[in-house]
Design a binder for this molecule. Structure first.
Ligand code: NAD
Length: 466
C-alpha cells in the first residue's frame, strides 16, 4: 500500500479510536474481561499458527515459542482477568486534618487511545503483552509491530482484525515511516519497546503532544559471578539466559563479570553446559533444532563485525565463533581477554556473543557497573549474602535477580522495566494496568461543610503565623 494511503488510513483509524475512547471510559470490568477472554481463546485456538509464524521469521524453536511467546501472554491475560475488578476499584485515601469533613479517593480512568510500538525479538509477546494492560485499563490501541518479523506481524494483524473493530484495536504493519506518521498523532499514551536510541526519538515525538510514555528499552545487562557459588549451576543458568532466542533478548546477560579466582573454571563450566544444551549428540550446534537464528543479514553482519573487532583487538575465543551466513547461524560464542576499546565492551550485543571479564574485588565489579548506563537487569550469583547486599545497595538497575537470570520477567507482581537509559515506566500485571491508567484524584466536600471558606479573603488571619 503506498504511504499516502496508509497515512490516510492511520488518520481515519486514529479519529475513530479517539471518539470511541470517550465511551470506553465507562467500560465495565465484565466488558474488559470479555475482550481478554476472546484474546486468550484466539491464542489457544491458533497455537500452531503462532508457532509457525514465529518459526518462519527466525527459526525460533517451538518449545521456546511456547514458553516465551505464548505462555507468558496467556498467563498475563489470566492474571489480569483474576485481578481486574480489584485493580479498577476506586482506592480510598485518608483525610488530613486540614481537610476534615471531606472524603477522597483515587479513580482509575483509562488514559484513552494508546500507541504500542513493538520490537522483533519476542514479536508476539512484546506486542500483545502491552495490549493486555491497555485493554485491562479500558484503553483502545493501535499496534505497530516490527517490520523485521513479517510473519509474526501478519499473524498479529490477522488476530486483531478477527477479534476487534478498528475503533478498539488496530494494527499497522510497516517500518519507521509508518511509525513516524503514527508518532505525529496526539495519542493519550505511547508504550514503546525497543532500543534506547529509538526510545529517544519516541520521547521527543511524544513531547510535542505531551503524551505520556512507557519506554521499555535495552542496554548491557551484566551477570556477576562471585567465587562463592556453585559454578556449574551458575553456568547452566547463564547459558540458558544468554543463548535462549539466540541471545536476542533484552534481559539476556550481555556480559559476565567473574571473580578472577574462578574465571577459568567458570569458562569450562559454560563450555560444558553449551555442549549439554545444544550439542548432546555431537552433531554440531548448527544441527540443533533447539537453537534459533539471527533475525536477518543486517544483524548477522552487525554481530560478525562485533566479533572481528574484538578479535582484532586481542580478544580470545573460548568457545564457538562459527558463522554460517546462508542460514543466519551464529554459534554461541564465549570471549575472554576483553578490553575497554572493543565495541563488545560498549554496545549492547543483542546476540550470542558473551564477553567474560575478570575482577578481583566485589567493589571493583560495582565500580565497573557504576561507570556505565544503568542496565535493564542485573544478575548476581553468590552464596555470600553480604556480596549480594552490597551489589543490591550500591548499584542501580531496572531489576535484579540473585542466583538466576531472566526469570523475573515471569513474575506478575514485579514491575518490569528499566531506569534511565534502560527505560522509563513499568510493565506487567498491576504495573501495566497503571501505565495505561490516569490515577484521577477525587475529593468530595461534605454538603453544608464550609471549613475551606475560612481561607477566603478578607484574610482575617493576616499577619498571624499559620
Ligand atoms: P528498535 O528500537 O530498532 O525498533 C523497535 C520498533 O521501533 C520497531 O517497531 C521499529 O519499526 C520502530 N522504529 C525503529 N526506528 C524508528 C524510528 N526512527 N522512529 C520510529 N519508530 C522506529 O529495536 P529492535 O531492534 O526491534 O529491538 C531491539 C532493542 O529492543 C534492543 O535494544 C533491546 O534491548 C530492546 N528491547 C527491550 C525490551 C524491554 O522489555 N525492555 C524488550 C525487547 C527488546
Amino acid at each position: 500500500m503506498p504511504n499516502l494511503e496508509i497515512n490516510q488510513l492511520i488518520d481515519h483509524t486514529f479519529s475513530l479510536q479517539k471518539s470511541k475512547s470517550i465511551s470506553l471510559r465507562e467500560s465495565s470490568s465484565q466488558h474488559r474481561i470479555k475482550q481478554l477472554e476472546n484474546l486468550s481463546g484466539w491464542i489457544k485456538n491458533h497455537h500452531e499458527d503462532i508457532r509457525k509464524a514465529i518459526h518462519a521469521d527466525f527459526k525460533k524453536p517451538y518449545p521456546e515459542i511456547d514458553i516465551t511467546e505464548i505462555f507468558v501472554v496467556t498467563s498475563e491475560i489470566k492474571n489480569a482477568i483474576k485481578n481486574l475488578q480489584d485493580w479498577m476499584k476506586p482506592k480510598k485515601v485518608s483525610t488530613p486534618l486540614t481537610l476534615l469533613g471531606t472524603s477522597s479517593y483515587i479513580q482509575y480512568e483509562p488514559k484513552g487511545t494508546s500507541l504500542i510500538i513493538a520490537p522483533w525479538n519476542y514479536p508476539f509477546n512484546l506486542a500483545i503483552g502491552p495490549l493486555i494492560s491497555a485493554l485491562a485499563a479500558g484503553c483502545n490501541a493501535i499496534i505497530k509491530p516490527s517490520e523485521m518479523t513479517p510473519h509474526a506481524s501478519a499473524l498479529i494483524r490477522r488476530m486483531i482484525e478477527e477479534l476487534f473493530e478498528p475503533d478498539t484495536v488496530a494494527v499497522f504493519e510497516g517500518d519507521l515511516e509508518v511509525s513516524q506518521h503514527l508518532l505525529s498523532k496526539p495519542f493519550d499514551h505511547i508504550f514503546f519497546t525497543g532500543s534506547p536510541s529509538v526510545g529517544k526519538i519516541i520521547m521527543k515525538a511524544a513531547a510535542e503532544n505531551l503524551t505520556s510514555v512507557t519506554l521499555e528499552l535495552g542496554g548491557k545487562s551484566p551477570a556477576i559471578i562471585d567465587k562463592d557459588i556453585d559454578l556449574q549451576d551458575a553456568a547452566a543458568k547463564v547459558a540458558w539466559g544468554k543463548f535462549v532466542n539466540c541471545g536476542q533478548t533484552c534481559i539476556a546477560p550481555d556480559y559476565i563479570l567473574v571473580h578472577s579466582d574462578v574465571q577459568s573454571e567458570f569458562v569450562n563450566a559454560l563450555r560444558n553446559e553449551l555442549h549439554k544444551m545444544y550439542d548432546p549428540h555431537k552433531k554440531g550446534i548448527e544441527n540443533s533444532s533447539d537453537y534459533a537464528r539471527i533475525v536477518n543479514d543486517k544483524h548477522l553482519n552487525r554481530l560478525s563485525y562485533l566479533l572481528s573487532d574484538a578479535i582484532s583487538k586481542g580478544a580470545k575465543i573460548d568457545f564457538g565463533g562459527r558463522i554460517l551466513p546462508k542460514d543466519n547461524y551464529f554459534e554461541p560464542t564465549l570471549l575472554t581477554a576483553i578490553t575497554e576499546n572493543m565495541d563488545v565492551s560498549q554496545e549492547e550485543i543483542f546476540g550470542p556473543i558473551l564477553p567474560i571479564i575478570a575482577y578481583n574485588k566485589t567493589d571493583d565489579a560495582i565500580s565497573y557497573l557504576n561507570s556505565r548506563p544503568k542496565p535493564l537487569a542485573l544478575y548476581a550469583f553468590s552464596n555470600n549474602q553480604e556480596v549480594i547486599d552490597s551489589i543490591l545497595l550500591q548499584t542501580s538497575s531496572g531489576g535484579v535477580v540473585a542466583n538466576d537470570c531472566v526469570i523475573h520477567f515471569l513474575h506478575h507482581d514485579l514491575p518490569f522495566g528499566g531506569v534511565n537509559n534502560s527505560g522509563i515506566g513499568k510493565a506487567h500485571g498491576h504495573h501495566g494496568f497503571l501505565a495505561f491508567s490516569n490515577e484521577k484524584a477525587i475529593l468530595k466536600q461534605r454538603k453544608g461543610l464550609t471549613s475551606s471558606k475560612s481561607l477566603y479573603p478578607p484574610y482575617g488571619f493576616a499577619g498571624k503565623k499559620i
